[in-house]
Design a protein around this ligand. Structure first.
Ligand code: NAD
Length: 508
């Protein structure tokens, strides 16, 4: 089958990158086409795992857990150290695979791999700090303490838009904690998963860790459901849409499993009259148009003080006109393609709904490059002025559409910011310290991420990542997120030679 020259180039680059990484591509070949969003054409075909395969992977991971939990945590950390080194060595190659498969611009694809390296660093340090507290006991001659133990098998379900970083957030911490992992990547993201898993497999071999501790299943969501329903999977860490969370959360709860949910966002930034307008503009454009609007933290709603709105919207539109849209591998490209036609259809439907609900498209929204790549979907980032109340603004449309709303008072702005079902990321641009503090206080943003003078996207690994409300409540990566991968035991040790009972109870 003949393909466009650009597709052929991508295939050549992809095969070379996979080979350098050490992937045995033939072992993963099958009938499930992998297309590149860059041209929309097929670049590979992978095998597909069934629910039975998922079951077998869980069995292998459960068996490996018996060995792995007894390995001292700092020794487990040595595995992650090696994985991080390999990710550093093959950073550009893995970025090529990610770029080919999900269409990220090169700098962002490399940034995603850097995030994996960063979490490995964090997890190595964490491997020496899985500590619990010692608590004063009310009884003489007693010690009260907490200890942390691994959970068992962790099932990881990941989304297409961060096909490797989110897996690494989970896996680096889970493996250090003593858990084993079974990974079901998104349908778009399978090759990136194969490449990532190959580097982990090499690290496992080199440090002599049990081979079964990491399992990869290229399953669709139906077969992937086996991971959700299996009682041997102690924790299901799932990243994706609110729809997915609604489907799987009741199934996990029904078996009393643990769930770590990282679901959709509908992120807003407030621009106050005192804000540095140039800084705000740059923050807004990166957060709203970067990754072609396909980040969970993408800026989707701009809440601007009414005195600034006209001027700021004009400047955003002018900045959007300068963004180069196109092949994400080309230097200088800032906006790559949408992932597929479904995504484009959702973008078009949202724009039509916005207009029907009284919105005005100030700039963008059109498909471009259709003549060059008829099967790929490149769109201009859109800026849309909206009335205060509308249904479309309540939803996450996974495309670069920025809805602009206006406000008069800070309370009104915060109410608008919080007035959506999702609660992932938020920001305020202001030079008024009191406003910033109010935004960060309990009566301010209700999101898991609340920023000042920086956009909604581009979080660092050191802080906990996640959101509230329909975003699911999960926390991953830094701070004390490691605790989600472990179980806590409370130990009371009596060295008094007596048996005093708590609360002064007398018995015998
Ligand atoms: P999606 O919900 O379509 O799929 C995500 C993953 O869930 C895929 O692996 C899919 O196969 C799997 N899945 C879906 N239904 C399932 C089921 N019933 N059982 C088992 N597995 C199932 O999401 P997507 O389109 O890949 O990703 C985009 C979405 O992910 C957006 O909503 C975005 O905001 C969200 N996201 C959230 C975060 C976060 O940290 N909060 C990070 C990245 C992406």
């Amino acid at each position: 089958m003949s393909v466009q020259p650009a597709t052929q180039e991508i295939i050549t680059e992809l095969e070379a990158a996979l080979s350098r990484i050490g992937v045995d591509a033939n072992a993963w070949k099958g009938n499930e086409p992998v297309s590149t969003p860059v041209t929309g054409e097929t670049i590979f075909s992978t095998l597909t795992h069934t629910a039975k395969d998922v079951d077998a992977a869980i069995t292998r991971a459960a068996e490996a857990f018996i060995q792995w939990r007894d390995v001292p945590a700092p020794v487990r950390g040595a595995l992650i150290k090696r994985w991080g080194e390999l990710l550093t060595e093959y950073k550009d190659d893995l970025a090529v695979v990610v770029g080919a498969e999900v269409g990220k611009i090169t700098s962002e694809a490399r940034g995603e791999v850097q995030e994996m390296i960063d979490i490995c660093d964090l997890a190595v340090g964490q491997s020496r700090q899985l500590f619990g507290k010692t608590i004063p006991s009310e009884r003489p001659g007693h010690r009260l303490a907490e200890t942390w133990h691994p959970l068992g098998v962790v099932g990881i379900i990941s989304a297409f838009n961060f096909p490797v970083a989110v897996y690494a957030w989970n896996t680096a911490l889970a493996l250090v904690a003593g858990d084993t992992v079974v990974w079901k990547p998104a349908e778009t993201g399978r090759l990136s998963a194969v490449a990532t898993d190959a580097l982990l497999a090499r690290a496992v071999r080199e440090v002599g860790a049990p081979a079964g501790i990491h399992q990869l299943v290229l399953a669709d969501r139906v077969a992937g459901q086996a991971l959700v329903e299996d009682p041997r999977v102690a924790l299901v860490s799932a990243t994706g849409s609110v729809r997915m969370g609604r489907e799987i959360a009741p199934l996990i709860a029904a078996r009393f499993g643990r769930a770590l949910l990282e679901l959709g966002g509908n992120n807003a930034a407030i621009v106050a009259p005192s804000a540095d307008q140039d800084l705000a503009l740059r923050g807004i454009v990166f957060a709203a148009a970067g990754t072609a609007g396909q980040r969970c933290t993408t800026l989707r709603r701009l809440i601007v003080h009414e005195s600034l709105a006209d001027a700021l919207v004009d400047r955003i539109a002018a900045a959007y006109k300068t963004l180069s849209i196109g092949d994400p591998r080309t230097e200088g490209t800032l906006v790559g393609p949408l992932v597929n036609k479904k995504s484009f259809d959702a973008q078009q439907a949202a724009l039509a709904q916005a207009v029907a609900e009284g919105g005005t498209v100030v700039y963008g929204g059109d498909r471009v490059l259709a003549d060059v790549h008829p099967d790929a979907y490149y769109v201009q980032p859109a800026v849309v002025r909206m009335p205060a109340q509308s249904a479309v603004v309540q939803e996450e449309t996974f495309a670069p559409i920025l809805y602009v709303l206006t406000y008069k008072t800070l309370d009104e702005a915060i109410a608008l910011q919080n007035g959506v079902p999702q609660g992932l990321s938020s920001a305020i641009f202001t030079n008024d310290q009191a406003e910033a503090e109010i935004f960060l206080s309990a009566r301010g943003s209700d999101c898991g991420i609340a920023n000042v003078n920086i956009g909604t996207s581009g979080a660092e690994i050191g802080g906990a990542f996640g959101g509230e409300k329909e975003t699911g409540g999960g926390r991953e990566s830094g701070a004390d997120s490691w605790k989600a991968y472990m179980r806590q035991a409370t130990n009371t040790v009596n060295f008094s030679g007596q048996l005093p009972l708590a609360q002064g109870v007398k018995f015998l």
